[in-house]
Design a protein around this ligand. Sequence first.
Ligand code: NAD
Ligand code: UDP
Length: 310
Amino acid sequence: MGKSVLVTGGAGFIGSHLCDRLRRDGHEVICFDNLFTGSRENIKHLLGDSRFTFVERDVQDPFFARVDRIFNLACPASPPHYQHDPVATVRTNVLGMMNMLELAKATGARLLQASTSEVYGDPLEHPQRETYWGNVDPLSRRACYDEGKRCAETLCSDYRRELGVDTKIVRIFNTYGPRMAKDDGRVVSNFVLQALRGDDLTVYGDGSYTRSFQYVDDLVEGLVRMMETDDFTGPVNLGNPGEFTILELAELTREMTGSTSRIVHLPAVESDPKQRRPDISFAKERLGWEPTVSLREGLEKTIEYFRTVV
Ligand code: NAD
Ligand code: UDP
């Protein structure tokens, strides 16, 4: 029999794909979102479904519903969005986390927190393993997100230790795919849109910084496996270990879209992590999980999507 599952941030990019998957698996889904960066468009195909409920609310406010599982994804994820109102980002991460932990405590639900590779900051260890404590500047413009997510992890761990709440933590590395918001500002959606519109591809700095790009379907598989694996609380990295420079991504996007756009260099952004790649040994061992979609395949699907909305 299906479970009752709450997905906060469910109308966002990742959340909406997760809602789709949970409905396909036969669960009843409550999608909870304040529509700050998410949209009804992302979930419109689910709105007529009697086992899908959309609740327009803010995680900063307490909430009660009888649920078995909570995926806590509510939080703006792109640097321009989370830096737009940094105090609200901290509140969403910290108060939102506490509200969801209180809900888990009251209902006995299992809670999975969507944490991030940003907890490793500008990492001095490469690739990043879960044992690495990170290198985060608490005063930088990224700190509202990085420190907010770090504090959320602390809350998950304290609620587990002190109150016996069933919490799990996943650290998500850069994820992309259809339904990223057009104004998102993250590198994959920016480059694809710029290439399709014939605009310049904007590389911040010299383009030598690296990221590892994970296609959203791989992440959703990892989230679902983590939620349903007993006796494993994490934190666990979920990401694609392929590592690319931002310049390589720009060139690949231009080639795959057949675009004549130029690649231009803009000033580097503050506190931008120089390199990032997950060590996924733990996820392989404990979840039997690893990504199956290559950057080329994932970009193909993403480009296809953005052609329809550009
Ligand atoms: P997104 O911005 O598309 O989704 C976030 C969703 O949360 C949106 O629908 C937004 O409206 C909602 N939201 C924001 N603040 C809220 C609040 N106070 N109350 C209720 N809803 C709120 O981003 P995404 O890429 O889908 O990210 C989802 C989660 O995964 C986030 O927690 C993010 O930190 C985490 N994550 C994402 C990535 C990535 O590369 N996409 C990497 C690491 C972690
Ligand atoms: N980036 C870029 N051009 C853009 C958007 C981003 O060069 O139009 C760079 C950014 O400086 C960073 C990398 O791409 O080095 C990934 O940025 P994104 O915002 O996607 O994610 P995050 O920094 O959170 O990993």
